[in-house]
Design a protein around this ligand. Structure first.
Ligand SMILES: [Zn+2]
Length: 440
């Protein structure tokens, strides 16, 4: 996207004493135009970008996949105020690490511990899992070309629109149902492994072992074998659909959709192992270490620890490390509904919903200011935070900002630790914001 810097046109001479007092400022965030993104203004990412800056030109046939709100070197946010000497958020934090808050600064070696994102998914992203810290360090030491850092990568996705994905292993009864109904899937898993799974019901340890055996058998099939079975399956389901038959026992609609995006890909069979999730706006899923998952379609807020370690399992043209993948996964069958992450009301503020995962790296807050409230204070927290407006307009005032900041759909604000923001809401229907921080 076009880089826009310097909302404030007159450049003032700034001395260091003044600089240190500026601890709240607007950001222009990096857009990633990955091929799987929604196109043009169909994309929530594109809508937010043009909302935040009406001068940006959105190209009608270009994918707008991700908006990165953070200090990651591959998409460091630009500081939108040319009175500040540093150009990017990463540079600012390097100069003023105290902005992180004392605890966060110490716990995460002076780095912002999270990357906050908006995703607009048009075609499925690879099925994947992320290692825990220990495995990440081992993989990084052994295969730095595939595993670029030594950090874990827990992730949280919060739906902005109806959001479809895969998450975690299905209950065993469902997998057994597909083994029976889909002979092409059964052929890849094999009779032995399938029988082990059937006879393991009721014994958690044996079930987990049998599930690992089934999944590993499928993932290590020769390409020619699984491509033939997949073509056979797609042909059958297509014919059944054309004849007006119900193909839901083969998960027919999802199969054909994924196959059209990734023909001949082993990941198409994963839909028989993994829960198909449909999140309504505001619902979330948390992807802890070793949890297999994929995003299929929709727009979401995403927050993650800063890392690039991904082990892939299909729906990808990239490298699949079958051994590492099959060894690491969490083979604990559970229902789709149990995979929805429960958010809680902030006891201190009825406007705030907390999405607080069991990792220290990040927490996401949804702030909904009702239409009746015209003056709202975004409370201070002992962590740097990033604030994104999804809906509504306000003037933001802070003792730590150079000047008042106009906040509208798509505006992004960096807020240093222990700073509060006063919002004077000017829209008639209230406001919706998301905020990422680290509540240690
Ligand atoms: Zn992931």
């Amino acid at each position: 996207m076009e880089e826009v810097r310097g909302d404030v046109s007159d450049v003032l001479p700034v001395d260091v004493a003044v600089m240190e007092e500026v601890r709240v400022f607007p950001l222009t965030c990096a857009v990633q135009n990955y091929a799987w993104g929604k196109i043009g203004l169909d994309s929530e990412v594109a809508k937010l970008v043009v909302g935040g800056d009406p001068l940006v030109v959105i190209e009608v046939d270009k994918p707008y996949a991700e908006l990165w709100m953070g200090a990651h070197p591959k998409g460091d946010a630009q500081i939108k105020d040319n009175r500040i000497a540093q150009t990017t958020l990463g540079q600012w934090i390097a100069h003023y690490p105290a902005c992180l808050g004392a605890k966060v600064k110490d716990a995460f070696q002076g780095q912002l511990p999270f990357l906050f994102k908006v995703l607009s998914v048009n075609t499925a992203l690879s099925i994947q899992a992320h290692p825990n810290k220990e495995l990440a360090a081992t993989l990084n030491a052994k295969f730095p070309e595939h595993y670029p850092d030594n950090n874990h990568k827990p992730e949280m996705a919060i739906a902005l629109t109806r959001f479809q994905g895969l998450c975690g292993f299905r209950p065993v009864e469902e997998i057994l149902g597909f083994l029976q109904a889909v002979p092409e899937f059964h052929a890849l898993v094999g009779r032995d492994a399938a029988e082990d799974l059937r006879s393991s019901i009721g014994d958690e340890v044996r079930t987990s072992q049998a599930l690992k055996k089934c999944f590993s058998k499928m993932m290590s099939c020769e390409k020619k074998v699984f491509v033939d079975e997949l073509n056979e399956l797609v042909k059958r389901v297509t014919q059944e659909g054309a004849a007006g038959k119900d193909t839901s026992s083969s998960n027919g609609d999802l199969l054909l959709r994924l196959h059209s995006q990734y023909p001949g890909d082993i990941g198409c069979f994963s839909i028989y192992f993994l829960n198909y999730m449909v999140l309504e706006p505001g619902q979330a899923m948390f992807l802890g270490a070793n949890e297999p998952h994929a995003y299929i379609y929709g727009d979401c807020i995403e927050c993650m620890a800063c890392s690039d370690n991904t082990v892939r399992a299909g729906l990808t043209r990239k490298y699949i490390d079958v051994n590492t993948l099959c060894e690491m996964l969490n083979y604990k069958p559970a229902s789709a509904s149990s995979k929805i992450f429960l958010c809680v009301q902030d006891p201190a503020d009825p406007c705030v919903t907390l999405y607080d995962p069991p990792v220290p790296d990040f927490t996401v807050m949804k702030i909904q200011v009702p239409a009746s409230v015209k003056e709202y204070t975004v409370a201070s927290v002992d962590s740097a935070s990033i604030l994104l407006v999804i809906e509504g307009d306000a003037t933001a005032t802070s003792a730590a900002a150079f000047s008042d900041v106009t906040m509208r759909r798509g505006s992004v604000l960096f807020v240093s630790a222990n700073e509060s923001i006063s919002l004077h809401v000017t829209s008639q229907s209230g406001m919706t914001l998301f905020r990422a921080c680290s509540l240690l």
